[in-house]
Structures are given as C-alpha cells and as structure tokens.
Write a protein of this length. Structure first.
Length: 280
C-alpha cells in the first residue's frame, strides 16, 4: 500500500474512533441520567420502568445575559427530561429541591371539570397550567390544587346561544363582548370566588359548541399545559366562542420562561404572566 493511502487510512481510522468514543460516551451519559429519572418516576407513580421512554434530555446549562443590558445577569436552567409513558408525553425537571413533573395533566383536568360541574353544570373545561409539581395530586384534593397550584382560573362555559353576549365592532372586523357577557362573567367568577379570589389571571370563555381539550406544549421542550384543542381565537372567528384570551408576544414569552427557570421553578403563574385578559 502506498504511503499516501496509509496516511489517509490512519486519519479515517482516528476520525471513526473519535466518533465511536463520542457516541459511546453520549449513550452512557444519557443512560446515566435516564436511570435517575426512571427511579423517580417508578417511585412516585409505580411505573413499569420498561415502559418509560426517554425522548430528550438537556443537562443543566449556564447562561450569561449581561450583554442584554442587565449587569451580572447570570442564571442556570435545570436538567430537563422529555418522557413518553402510558401514551403521554411529559416533562420532568430537577432542581435543588428535587424532581418535578407534569405527567398528571389529563387526570387533573378531568377531576377539575368534574368538581367545577358540581357547582355549575355548564362548565365544560378549564385551562390547567401548573408548570411542574413535586407531589401527586389526588381527586379528593382537587379543590386545594385549584386554589393553590393552578396558575390561573380560566374556565370554558357553554351557553345555547352566543348572540346576546357579543356584538360587532364599528368596522365589523372584530367581535366585542356585551354588558350581558360582562355580567355573566362576574357572576361566574363570584360563584367560584372561593377558588379564584387570590388568583389574578381569571376569566370566562363562553362557547356554544362541544370542544375537545388536549395537552399542549409551551416554550421549552418539556413544558406542557392543558387547554382547548382549538385556539379560543379560532373558535371566536367561527362564531363559536366569546371572551378569548390574547397571548403576549414571543419575545416576552421567552423572557418569562427564562425567569421561571431562574427562580428555580417556583412557577408563579406562567399563564398569569403569559396571557392578559381581553374583554371589552
């Protein structure tokens, strides 16, 4: 074999070996961190460890945002796992206080709606946006969850006819609420005041059709919340809802997500910051 070919072969061998070593190291790294999150989930929910699939992992990361104009703006985002188990995709994070997750969204939504219906049967949904939780939520303490852990109180309320609750703007390009809507909204919030009295972000969305709710991803790779499968704005455009919530711009959402991580996942109302109430 010619000398030039030998040199090329050696170089290729070294490159291949480097990639192989890196790949093996990455597998070991990921599997090590999979082991700790699996242990947490098995201990908390009694999962079958064979059913726990690690979709994505991001380790703790240091950020320096002093270039944005704030001196010493340093912070770290915590280790985060995206997991698939029991047909649910959810997130787990690890802080200095331990592990937190959002696996229970579907259960909490169903229990919350059932509980709210005992007070008014026309409630058909609620936005569930607690971020991540350390403790298990049980059906018999759902009232405490709604008071203390859910970051907003935004309910969907079904009526037979929306026309008394809305009117068109002067240029006929947007739907505005009427005094009758405002009155109903206040009555409903007053009815549930024992839950939402100390929650700043509270609202009522009226619908005249059956709607589906689902787990939705927000911001970071593993942050999920539970809301209408069809955006409230789309429902309103179709004449099926009134009182929808406008979202703050993407830049602010990014900043707020970072601030939440910076405060070590003390999830002080993601949607409380994330949305503002829109009503005329």
């Amino acid at each position: 074999m010619k000398k030039g070919k030998k040199i090329i072969l050696r170089i290729l061998t070294i490159i291949f070996a480097a990639f192989l070593i890196f790949g093996i190291a990455h597998i070991i790294y990921v599997q090590y961190h999979r082991a700790e999150v699996v242990e947490y989930l098995v201990d908390k929910y009694d999962f079958d460890k064979k059913e726990i699939i690690l979709l994505e992992y991001k380790g703790e990361k240091f950020h320096d945002d002093t270039s944005l104009g704030v001196p010493f703006d340093w912070y770290t985002t915590p280790p985060t796992w995206k997991i698939r188990c029991n047909k649910r995709t959810f997130g787990v994070v690890k802080t200095q206080d331990g592990f937190y997750d959002n696996y229970q969204l579907e259960d909490i939504f169903a229990w919350s709606v059932d509980y709210l219906k005992t007070i008014d049967p026309n409630v058909v949904g609620i936005i569930i946006d607690y971020g991540y939780l350390h403790d298990i939520v049980k059906k018999d303490n759902i009232k405490d969850f709604l008071i203390n852990d859910n970051d907003s109180f935004v309910i969907y309320y079904k009526v037979n006819d929306l026309s008394p609750y809305r009117r068109m703007s002067r240029n006929n390009n947007s739907v505005l609420s009427t005094e009758k809507y405002k009155s109903l909204r206040e009555k409903l919030l007053d009815k549930y005041s024992f839950i939402c009295e100390n929650i700043e972000n509270k609202h009522v969305i009226l619908v005249d059709t059956d709607i589906e709710f689902t787990r939705q991803k927000l911001g970071s790779m593993a942050y999920f919340y539970y809301d209408s499968k069809t955006e409230s704005s789309k429902l309103e455009e179709r004449g099926k809802a009134i009182g929808w919530i406008k979202k703050i711009n993407t830049t602010l959402k990014t900043i707020l997500t970072r601030l939440i991580h910076k405060r070590k996942l003390l999830y002080i109302s993601l949607l409380h910051f994330y949305f503002f109430i829109y009503y005329q």
